[in-house]
Design a protein around this ligand. Structure first.
Ligand SMILES: Cc1ncc(COP(=O)(O)O)c(C=O)c1O
Length: 375
């Protein structure tokens, strides 16, 4: 058929994105500026106050001498380093440009028009975005007490369900689903549905009834776990994540990922970061101390806080004029304290705060007390 004939047949006047793309509300990252304020405390993106391991910074810089070389497209040394750290087969690991990259690759590989992917109401926003981007339909399962509810998820499973996204712990609520419940979810899913356990914050968790997903991946054919170097390893700016999955999932993702999706400097930094266990332990110890402090101190200011096991807390504000989350956000921003509005997560009257440095944590609690008239 000639181009002229095709032109006559088509009513479209310009290229069209596939169905679903224009339904996406683009992801809005946490604020990082407070106009006119000299010192800023950014507590809006769950970054670590300790920064990355100095060894990771050195490894990153050393790669600058060889920028002419392509990276190792399959990140072999990095996968081996991750495998050693977690006792995993490196062949079952795929690295990506942040776990965002991997979540999108999973959606691309497993979702098509007419399919459905389930996420929870206050689940990470990338899940519905990646779902719509793949032409599929996102289905929100309500949470109970800001926590993913396995029965609510299962009630929404249909023959069209191809993926179930579960952030564990969840962002922005900081709550978690105990391992027994995750196992119950996996057992009740049809075998064609892929359970994606997003364990971005698992290094922070101190609970005996929690498991990041490694065991379920190892013992089933329809579970994949995603992890990130953006949080406890302090490498958010570099973009590095990894997944651990069954061989058939790893094979599918490797077919569609960018051939050099993790650059050389990132691979080097990731290896150094994962080997610096002392730095990891320091970040964990800092979080243990200040998470507990925030959970104890914030209620004294008159504000409710959801119990969290991650490196952030969700704070709930009154609905009275002058005391809302929007008012608090403005009040804190004027003082250089930048928290995260979470209206896009269907939490219009809450703010999420990353566990920060001692100085930042104390300043926020003091500001909350002032804001609530308790100072
Ligand atoms: C639950 C969850 N998953 C994944 C990510 C994305 O992490 P990355 O920086 O690796 O893309 C985040 C970041 O905020 C997150 O909260």
């Amino acid at each position: 058929m000639t181009a002229i004939k095709v032109m006559k047949m088509s009513a479209l006047t310009r290229p069209q994105p596939r169905p679903g793309v224009l339904d996406i509300e683009a992801y809005v990252p946490g604020k990082s500026a407070a106009p006119g304020v000299a010192k800023i405390y950014k507590l809006s993106s769950n970054e670590t106050p300790l920064g990355p391991s100095p060894k990771a910074i050195a490894a990153y810089q050393a790669v600058g001498k060889h920028l002419e070389d392509y990276p190792d497209g399959s990140s072999v040394d990095l996968r081996e380093a991750i495998g050693r750290a977690f006792g995993l087969d490196p062949d079952r690991i795929v690295c990506g440009a942040g776990s965002d990259d991997l979540l999108n690759l999973i959606a691309d590989a497993y979702l098509a028009d007419g399919d459905e992917a389930i996420h929870t109401t206050h689940g990470f926003l990338v899940y519905p975005i990646a779902t719509l981007g793949s032409g599929a339909k996102p289905i929100a399962a309500p949470e109970t007490n800001y926590t993913a509810d396995v029965d609510a998820i299962l009630e929404r499973v249909t023959a069209r369900t191809k993926v179930v996204f579960l952030a564990n712990p969840n962002n922005p609520t900081g709550t978690y689903v105990p391992f027994d419940e995750v196992k119950r979810l996996q057992r009740a899913l049809p075998p064609h549905a892929l359970l994606v356990i997003d364990a971005a914050y698992s290094e922070y968790v101190r609970r005996n009834d929690y498991e990041s997903g490694i065991e379920l991946v190892a013992t089933s054919e329809n579970v994949v776990m995603c992890r990130t170097f953006s949080k406890i390893y302090g490498l958010a700016g570099l973009r590095l994540g990894w997944l651990y999955g069954p061989a058939h999932v790893v094979d599918a993702i490797n077919r569609i990922r960018g051939p050099f999706n993790v650059n050389s400097a990132v691979q080097a930094a990731g290896i150094a970061a994962i080997q610096d266990t002392a730095h990891l332990e320091a970040a964990r110890a800092h979080n243990d101390k200040w998470l507990a402090w925030l959970l104890a101190e914030i209620p004294k200011t008159g504000l409710a806080v959801t119990p969290s096991i991650a490196n952030f807390v969700l704070i709930h504000f009154p609905t009275t004029k002058g005391r809302t989350a929007a008012d608090a956000d403005a009040f804190l921003t004027e003082r250089g304290l930048i928290l995260r509005r979470v209206s896009a997560y269907k939490l219009p009257n809450a703010l999420r705060m990353t566990v920060g440095s001692e100085e930042a944590n104390r300043l926020v609690v003091k500001a909350f007390a002032e804001f609530m008239g308790k100072a």
